[in-house]
Design a protein around this ligand. Structure first.
Ligand SMILES: Cc1ncc(COP(=O)(O)O)c(C=O)c1O
Length: 388
């Protein structure tokens, strides 16, 4: 098994510096000869796009999650955008989402003219608080984008009940949560359409890519058309039946994806094991809050290992030590509403979502990937102890 560790720490450039020091990277993909073989098959077939590998990848993915349809796309963001189009989000429609997420959770509907409304999060789960979502509903609300942040399932049934009651679309941003279980069943398999993302720091990768799962054949057909420039099922290459996009995944990427799906049963438990080692090593360190443990209804799929420190000053001190030791880190996650473009466009300010803002100021992602070794984790733990 060749585990290719892609070095990323505090931004792409910092990665190079860290590689030279032989340091502990922040994240890395888990690939072997199987992906090489599948990619070679595609290259030799000459079918580099819209070929049979896309169908094989989609079928394998759908089967793994127990969903009827999966449409591969060029990124998680593209998948979210297509679900916003499918939900009919139009200029002026309000969409409620989590501030404690990656910017794409909000950007996806802004592309369609939707207006972001941020509801605050639960400090335990870091996911949307259903009662905060309820309070944020107005006559202009059109949809909810629910995020399963850091792979921890959101309160799906509560959010679904709210959406049904108010006639809202519910879009699941499960980009970080492939393999997570809500009430015993995988995310994606519950009904609402969901999106998973495959950047190399994710549980599985296609280089760049994403996939949308849906329970509706009609939506699946729409997604296939939208990702392919709005072409119809039976029309020619130059016939466009609707406004579409080029959000296709290439067959080369799909080949990597198929190899990854085949080894998910190895990847997910290994990541859970890595998390368990961190729990053990960091559990006794005063001032370090560990990620929330699973319960009967929520089983996390491990995307990143994010700890909360007492305050921002402590976090910066820890970051200083990690950087010196050549250990990867990132300030996961800034609150979306306080990003410069959000302040400028919508006038959002501090105080809008206090729980999210507080956590944004003191949460920290530590190195985390499938092949992370115990001795590397011990170095991370020792560095944390020194800093604290
Ligand atoms: C919560 C969340 N949503 C959306 C995305 C977007 O995925 P992509 O980078 O593939 O466009 C990501 C990726 O990091 C994510 O973490």
């Amino acid at each position: 098994m060749v585990a290719l560790a892609r070095v990323r720490a505090g931004g792409e450039d910092a990665g190079v510096k860290q590689e030279l020091r032989g340091a502990v990277p922040l994240s890395g993909a888990f690939l072997d000869e199987r992906e090489e073989e599948l990619v070679l098959d595609v290259l030799r077939s000459g079918r580099l796009s819209l070929g049979p590998m896309i169908d094989r990848f989609e079928e394998a993915f759908a089967e793994k999650l127990g969903v009827p349809y999966a449409a591969a796309v060029s990124s998680g963001t593209a998948g979210l955008h297509l679900l916003c189009v499918s939900a009919g989000i139009a200029p002026g429609d309000e969409v409620i989402t989590s501030p404690y997420s990656f910017a794409a959770s909000a950007n996806c509907f802004i592309y369609e003219g939707g207006v972001p409304v941020f509801a605050d999060i639960d400090p335990r789960t870091l996911n949307l608080r259903p009662d905060a979502v309820r309070e944020a509903i107005t006559p202009r609300t059109k949809a909810i984008v629910a995020v399963d942040i850091y792979g921890y399932p959101c309160e799906l049934d509560d959010l679904r009940a709210i959406a049904d009651e108010h006639g809202l679309a519910l879009i699941q941003d499960s980009c970080e949560a492939l393999g997570a279980l809500y009430k015993g069943r995988p995310l994606g398999a519950h009904g609402p359409s969901a999106v998973f993302a495959f950047y190399p720091n994710k549980q599985m990768t296609t280089g760049e890519g994403g996939i949308v799962t849906t329970h509706s054949e009609e939506e699946y057909r729409l997604l296939r058309s939208l990702r392919n420039q709005g072409r119809g099922d039976s029309g020619g290459w130059l016939e466009h039946v609707r406004l579409g996009f080029n959000y296709r995944l290439s067959d080369v990427s799909a080949a990597i994806g198929l190899g990854q799906v085949e080894k998910l049963d190895e990847i997910l438990p290994r990541r859970a094991q890595v998390a368990q080692v961190y729990d053990e090593l960091l559990g006794e360190i005063a001032g370090v809050e560990l990620p929330l443990a699973d319960d009967a209804d929520h089983v996390r799929s491990w995307f990143v290992y994010v700890v909360a420190l007492p305050d921002n000053a402590t976090r910066e001190r820890v970051i200083g030590e990690l950087d010196l030791a050549g250990i990867g880190f990132n300030r996961y996650l800034p609150s979306i509403h306080l990003q410069p473009y959000m302040r400028e466009r919508y006038g959002f300010r501090e105080g809008l979502c206090p729980v999210s803002e507080d956590l944004s100021s003191r949460t920290l992602a530590l190195p985390f990937f499938t092949s992370l070794e115990r001795d590397q984790q011990e170095r991370v733990a020792e560095t944390l102890v020194t800093a604290l």
